[in-house]
Design a protein around this ligand. Sequence first.
Ligand SMILES: *Cc1c(COP(=O)(O)O)cnc(C)c1O
Length: 250
Amino acid sequence: MSAWAAASAEIDSEAGTGVVANLAGVQARVAAIAPTATLIAVSKTKPLSSIAAAFSAGHRDFGENYVQELVDKAASVAESNLEIRWHFIGRLQSNKAKLLCTTPNLHAVHTVHNEKIAAALQKHWLDVRGPEASPLRVFIQVNTSGEEQKGGCEPAEAPALATVVRDAPNLDLVGLMCIGKYSGAEGDASPDFRVLRERRAAVAEELGVDQDNLALSMGMSHDFETALEHGATHVRVGSTIFGARVYSQE
Ligand SMILES: *Cc1c(COP(=O)(O)O)cnc(C)c1O
């Protein structure tokens, strides 16, 4: 039995039905504010059986943070030839760009934060997928809160980085992404969301495009509704769908 078949056999378990119910709840909350927004179910650290449960309910967009974990999960799903859309949303080092580009059904990378990463993705996407493949969709991550531990380019650098991505033939600029200051805790990330919107306007002006054609990936379990009210087109929700994550002690 394939790993995906084994995972699918657990869909009717208590855990599986919990995921399906949680997913439906989040979908309804998203649709109530922004019916066209994309909900990305963030499955990092969660087993394939949780993904299979959400998939069985018709969900197709999944987010992962760690390159090796994503590659392993994507390979298991690919064996069964399923239409799934993987979003990489984790911190990306250029020495992992090649491995990331091998991910089956990689739909988008949300965390391009400097020219070096953009260049590495451009090179490896072309090498791994070939010149006929459609370009890799990328978001530029902006550090909207100025916190050192948060990834992303400085807000002022976003327009210049956007031109680098625009000029890379095998990359397709989808939009901008941020992690709100208080995401994952109680609090208000509205200032971050406002900065990202304002940066989108600046990028659109720099590129001479309509800002409505640039997406905003922002909002997590604790603040996705606020993010949608600020114009998010993609929200990334993990624990509210799949339950709290347990990390081994570091
Ligand atoms: C983990 C993670 C999420 C999901 O977080 P939850 O609080 O579990 O919804 C969203 N975005 C990024 C970048 C993450 O790392």
